[in-house]
Design a protein around this ligand. Structure first.
Ligand code: CP
Ligand code: NVA
Length: 312
């Protein structure tokens, strides 16, 4: 399986959830599940032996940083954590020049930054694969882990209903672009002024063949009959100035026991983390029996190992 998948993925970028099609996402998840088993059995899986990965972070991170670093270690490669403030980037060197130079040293780059355009410009000049480690627009690596979690818990992806309640942000965008590809119907509920970008919704609807893409303001409507309920922080990194306003506007969108009572009795709850109990999610939900958030966080490692083994 690895050889044929690798032919398809090798040296490509992963900037958006829309970059991979259904067959590619499903192949990657199967491979991730194999790598997860290999690690549990203590078997070597050094698919990136002798390879190195540069990871540029312009924002803080726990999961993305650690899962990529450990992924490269497990795969027999080497990862460099580069805090943007400590690079010449912090003194005004352009992201493009940084990309040109890093491409001469490493076999792949992960970038966490603000604007999606910055990531795209970096990828344009870089001659090695570039991976989106989160922008304000998308967080596709998170959604690979979410799909692995959903698939391993429900035994399938196609035919499920996923409800996303909260901010129409990067997580919401990547879910909108990923769910239709794997046959999951997605229902989004956000306050009107924090709706996902219309371009993303339009693209999601084009990608949807036999699935629903519904975007509205009513959380109960979105969660009704859902197999998977997802939320994310109300105040994303870089939005701290809006914190007070957002906490007021989003109050009716908290994922709590009353809201999830509308989901299927066997629903699962996902959150990319970090979480704010008492804001976007009540402790009774995130710490309750339907929550798979720790499995989801672990799956970042396995999904990204598959990604790195195939792209680098
Ligand atoms: N979910 C996620 O990307 O977490 P970090 O911000 O800790 O990397
Ligand atoms: N929407 C959040 C996700 C964090 C992983 C943020 O951008 O801060």
């Amino acid at each position: 399986m690895y050889a044929s998948l690798r032919k398809r993925f090798r040296r490509r970028d992963f900037l958006s959830m829309a970059d991979f099609d259904r067959e590619e996402i499903e192949g990657l998840l199967l491979f991730a599940a194999e790598l997860k088993e290999a690690k549990k059995r203590g078997e070597a899986h050094t698919f990136c032996a002798g390879k190195s990965l540069a990871m540029i972070f312009q924002k803080p991170s726990t999961r993305t940083r650690v899962s990529f670093e450990v992924a490269m270690f497990d795969l027999g490669g080497y990862a460099l954590y580069l805090n943007a403030h400590d690079l010449q980037l912090g003194r005004g060197e352009s992201l493009e020049d940084t990309g040109r130079v890093l491409s001469r040293y490493v076999d792949g780059c992960v970038i966490r930054t603000y604007r999606q355009e910055e990531l795209e410009e970096f990828a344009q000049v870089a001659t090695v694969p570039v991976i989106n480690g989160l922008t304000d627009w998308e967080h596709p690596c998170q959604i690979l882990a979410d799909f692995l979690t959903i698939w391993q818990s429900k035994g399938r992806l196609a035919g499920l209903k996923l409800a996303y309640v909260g901010d129409g942000n990067n997580i919401c965008h990547s879910l909108l672009l990923g769910c239709p590809q794997v046959g999951i119907s997605i229902h989004v509920a956000t306050p009107a002024r924090y709706a996902p970008h219309p371009l993303v919704v339009e693209r999601a609807k084009k990608l949807a063949k036999d699935t629903e893409v519904e975007v509205g303001e009513d959380p109960v409507q979105a969660v009704k009959g859902a197999d998977v309920v997802v939320t994310d922080v109300w105040v994303s990194m870089g939005q701290e100035d809006e914190a007070e306003l957002k906490r007021t506007v989003f109050a009716p969108y908290q994922v709590n026991a009353a809201l999830v009572a509308h989901a299927r009795p066997d629903y699962i709850f996902l959150h990319c983390l970090p979480a704010h109990r008492g804001e976007e999610v009540a402790a009774e939900v995130i710490d309750g029996p339907h929550s798979l958030v720790w499995e989801e966080a672990e799956n970042r490692l396995h999904a990204q190992k598959a990604l790195l083994s195939l792209l680098l």
